[in-house]
Write a protein that binds this ligand. Sequence first.
Ligand code: XMP
Length: 329
Amino acid sequence: TWSMEEVLEEQIAKIKAQVGDKAHAICALSGGVDSAVAATLVHKAMGDRLHCCFVDNGLLRFNEQERVMTLFKEKLHLPVTCVDASERTLAKLKGVSDPEKKRKVIGAAFIEEFKSFKKVVESSTGCIPTFLVQGTLYPDVIESCPPPGSNQKHSHTIKSHHNVGGLPKDLGFELVEPLRELFKDEVRALGAIMHVPVDFLKRHPFPGPGLAVRVLGDVTADGAMETLRQVDEIYINMLRAEGLYDKIWQAFAVFLPIRSVGVQGDCRTHSHVVALRAITSSDGMTADWYHFEPKFLQEVSTRICNQVKNVNRVCYDITSKPPSTIEWE
Ligand code: XMP
């Protein structure tokens, strides 16, 4: 069996052989583990002929842009540009409330941003980048080529997953996919020997369309994103503090487009309702809801209603997948 050090050396040699010593490459970092590990690996092989971008679509979690940019620059030393596309993307999402339409708008907006970044790279280097780095894993390879005749019963057929970095083939790049033969655990192990922080490697999956699929209805509705960010941050911090984060596959909050009546400090309120979700799963295809201690649920609900203006009700989602999906949209 191969050690991760050997996999690392082998992959660096492979990338060098593939790209040669002149070509430039682009990588869109999503903020997730796979693209970060792929870029770190390719950076070792190509140095600053790799050009990474991180597109902030305005749909990220609390302080996410700052957190990942610090990681990319200061810990991983990646050559990365932050593209602030939040105003442009949110403007395109105004009034859009159909979940599939939202995904399409966000996917298309991302492609536009990516193309502009490519132009910037061309003018700053005087070269046309010919390679595209993607963090495709072995399970992604299998999923995208189901065996002939198989009835592919899969979430991709239920929701169109626009992964950040899921770019159309006609952009004319040759792909560099150094993680194609690896499973998630192996990617984490590979990241660890390249000094990617363990906390980052263990992060829950986060969908490409970001918080847009967690604000039901119009994402640009007044204060919705801000409220969701605050609720999510309180919830995730409490999971970490209680040592529960690593026991859960994915946990997040959902903003519901309704108000309910409550009483806060002797006053009647008519405020927002949020839902919390936490699931266990082995692959995201099926999932069970996580059985929290009642004490945890009580505490998290209290903190959210005390700290987040405009929220007076917290619900916990006790549905498995199926019949529900993991995300609410
Ligand atoms: P669902 O909601 O389909 O989610 O049960 C399964 C897993 O996929 C993630 N997910 C997405 N990821 N783009 C993504 O990159 C998407 O449009 C998308 N929709 C869902 C979800 O967070 C879960 O991990």
